[in-house]
Design a protein around this ligand. Structure first.
Ligand SMILES: Cc1cc2nc3c(=O)[nH]c(=O)nc-3n(C[C@H](O)[C@H](O)[C@H](O)COP(=O)(O)O)c2cc1C
Length: 154
């Protein structure tokens, strides 16, 4: 099975998680972005503003990646402002018609809470049921172990 692991990251947590997952699965790995530098305090504030906008930013996937070439795609994203980041939602909205049937979400966050309802609500954007998801706390928590447990279920 040909798998693609995609991630958006601002401070590398989601990148580290998805790199680990891609390695465990023997999958391809690619970053998606809206092209904006969101580092530092200014970047954090920009991320908050982007989260409040009604429209989604335009997303590009770095590298020569064609999502339709894969049997399954795992979309990694952080939580921004009490729910999956607008970047992940924008990726799904923009690519849903090209993505394969098997879609999984990997969602990283600082707080212990899992944001399950809002993660499941992304299926409305996808327009079909996703195949599954995992949510993991990144602060003071061994989230690579969570990734290893998740990888075993795939
Ligand atoms: C704008 C913004 C809002 C955030 N809001 C939340 C939140 O509501 N709850 C939470 O647990 N973490 C929140 N976080 C923390 C991130 O979800 C967490 O640190 C995540 O692992 C970051 O992933 P990254 O390093 O790949 O960017 C927020 C981060 C940013 C930048």
């Amino acid at each position: 099975m040909k798998t693609l692991c995609l991630y958006y990251t601002r401070t590398n947590n989601t990148k580290i998680a998805m790199e680990h997952l891609a390695k465990l699965l023997g999958a391809d790995l690619a970053e998606y972005t809206d092209g904006k530098d969101r580092s530092g305090v200014t970047g954090y504030i920009g991320a908050c503003f982007a989260s409040m906008k009604k429209s989604y930013p335009a997303i590009t996937i770095k590298g020569n990646i064609q999502v339709e070439d894969y049997d399954r795609v795992v979309v990694g994203m952080p939580v921004w402002v009490e729910g999956p980041s607008v970047m992940g939602k924008a990726l799904i909205a923009q690519y849903k018609d090209r993505l394969p049937q098997d879609i999984y979400y990997v969602v990283t966050h600082m707080a212990p809470s899992g944001y399950d309802e809002k993660i499941q609500a992304m299926d409305k954007i996808l327009g079909r049921p996703s195949a599954g998801y995992v949510t993991m706390q990144t602060k003071k928590h061994d989230f690579l172990k969570d990734i290893e447990d998740f990888a075993k279920t795939l």
